[in-house]
Design a protein around this ligand. Structure first.
Ligand code: SAM
Length: 519
């Protein structure tokens, strides 16, 4: 627990040297260098071994053993501070002996506040220190932020008076968050450069990582990131930057499909959230339901709904029955559950038996809510037809689903759904979104190394009407037909009928297009 909360990935000396070489001669460009979380001091070692080292170096480190190790490098030109960077004001607390241009180099912690919270750690900025920073609200909105993001913001703000160059190793997720905050808060930065890095090779970490460098205190801000040669030949090349005010992952591909940027006419929703999978998610064995604890579950059937999880969505091919189900005790958020005592006594009894598990749910969203509350539920969840996509997969597959066993299908909170008023609407929307045009657009805006590449924000950006206009109907006719043949009841299954329906739709599509998607 102790180490994890420090996001500890010490930079190998070879890598530190390679990064310093890439910056060009250090001494002539920068008199002073700050290593804000110096660890055992490999960047400082690398600096001291240069032909032209800087005149002065300050390193900060919190962990005692690393501080002691880095302290062995201390001299009249190198100071190591044993302290917590979150407690120091970098504009005032550093006792520089010299003046002149400043370089900040290093590799801040690789850990999120949520990970620190989950291990009971306390290596977090204090609330009052957070509030002091301008634009910080932007990152305090999301409940999960990386400590490196906070350190970047602190450096950018506190060093804004000096036009410092900051070059830090960090996860690519940190880069995109930072660029978004910077643009929103109009921070005075520029000369942003990115060099991809093979994090597996250097740190044994399976995440996208890079060296991000930028300049603070720029009179004219510029948020375009210039993507340079990767630091290693094995690193995955990526281009990241702002196009039309949006951060995109592949500027070149984006430009070919940018006409799809817009607003979805529909509201995408996240699937059901309950944080009690062992109790609420069921699997069927020999015609009976079992929970995650292996206990047989016998509750009122009307509260049990077929369930698709993210991985099911990727491999779904219109199964007539599903092996998984979810218990849905509420029809809308906050609905009174005590009525279940009367209305569904077996369900109430079942849930009460596991009350302890519900009470232990960590997320504060469950505080002051009726017992056994769930989220991601509303009228839309009960819509018989839906388009569903997994948020966790890099190559999103959109599926059209209809009722299974005459019940609407639910998806878990790793997925997003669009409620549809008919099987036709679901089939058309899924076919359009699976078309190569939509997929190219998605691939150009999503970040494949993100834990959740597809989000509501991403989905909201697809202009479905424009997509429908651009895709020749021939391209989707077959898929729509076969999807409908799966979704519809046997009476409507005959293919010719469906083709007629689609052709009628096409006519409709050409004349009064927007209503194709309306009720
Ligand atoms: C990813 S490691 C990198 C260390 C060093 N910069 C390098 O490149 O080898 C992050 C370092 O940040 C230190 N650290 C974590 N939280 C800190 C804090 N609040 N103040 C100062 N140092 C901290 C850790 O102890 C660890 O040495």
């Amino acid at each position: 627990m102790k180490l994890k909360q420090f996001g500890d990935f010490q930079t190998p000396l070879d890598l530190a040297r390679q990064i310093l070489q890439g910056l060009g001669p250090v001494g002539p460009q920068w008199d002073r260098v700050l290593e804000p979380t110096c660890g055992r001091g490999n960047f400082i070692r690398g600096l001291l071994q240069l032909d032209s080292p800087p005149r002065e170096i300050i390193g900060i480190e919190m962990q005692d053993s690393y501080y002691q190790e880095a302290q062995s490098l201390a001299s009249s030109s190198v100071q190591i501070i044993h302290g917590d960077i979150f407690q120091l004001n970098l504009a005032r607390a550093l006792a520089w002996k010299t003046t002149g241009p400043l370089l900040v180099i290093g590799n801040p912690p690789w850990v999120t506040n949520a990970e620190i919270g989950s291990i009971g750690g306390d290596n977090l900025p204090r609330k009052k220190n957070i509030k002091r920073l301008r634009g910080i609200e932007a990152i305090m909105g999301p409940s999960n932020f990386d400590l490196a993001e906070f350190i970047w913001i602190k450096l950018i703000q506190e060093l804004a008076v000096e036009q410092a160059t900051i070059a830090l190793l960090c996860k690519t997720s940190v880069v995109r968050n930072l660029l978004s905050y910077a643009q929103q808060a109009r921070w005075p930065i520029g000369k942003i450069k990115i060099r991809a890095l093979d994090a597996k090779k250097w740190f044994g970490a399976s995440v996208g990582a890079c060296l991000l460098s930028l300049q603070t205190g720029m009179p004219r801000a510029n948020y375009h990131a210039q993507v340079l040669e990767p630091l290693d030949a094995s690193a995955r090349r990526f281009t990241i930057g702002f196009c039309n005010g949006h951060l995109v992952s592949d500027q070149k591909a984006y430009q070919t499909v940018s006409f799809l940027e817009g607003a979805s006419p529909f509201q995408w929703r996240q699937g059901i959230k309950h944080d009690a999978a062992a109790i609420l998610e069921l699997t069927r064995k020999d015609g009976e339901w079992f929970n995650g604890k292996g206990d047989r579950v016998e509750v009122e059937e009307e509260f049990i709904f077929p369930l698709l999880k993210g991985s099911d969505v990727q491999s779904f091919h219109g199964q007539p029955s599903l092996p998984r189900a979810v218990i849905v005790p509420q029809k809308e958020i906050g609905q009174n559950t005590r009525v279940l005592q009367e209305q569904a006594p077996r369900l109430w009894h079942y849930l009460s038996d596991y009350a302890g598990i519900f009470q232990k749910r960590k997320s504060s969203i469950y505080n002051n809510k009726p017992p056994f509350s769930i989220f991601g539920v509303g009228n839309y969840s009960f819509s018989p037809y839906k388009v569903i996509v997994s948020g966790l997969h890099k190559s999103p597959r959109f599926i059209a689903v209809g009722p299974v066993g005459s019940k609407p299908v639910f998806c878990d909170d790793t997925c997003y759904l669009l409620p549809c008023h008919s099987s036709l609407q679901a089939a058309v929307i899924a076919a359009l979104l699976n078309h190569s045009l939509a997929q190219t657009f998605l691939q150009s805006i999503i970040f494949r190394d993100a834990k959740r590449p597809i989000t509501k924000t991403v989905l909201r950006r697809i202009n479905l009407l424009e997509l429908a206009r651009r895709i020749p109907f021939e391209d989707v006719r077959e898929t729509i037909g076969s999807t409908l043949s799966i979704l519809e009841t046997s009476k409507e299954k005959e293919y010719p009928k469906i083709i007629n329906l689609i052709e009628a739709l096409e006519l409709h599509h050409q004349t009064t297009q927007p209503s194709l998607f309306g009720p």
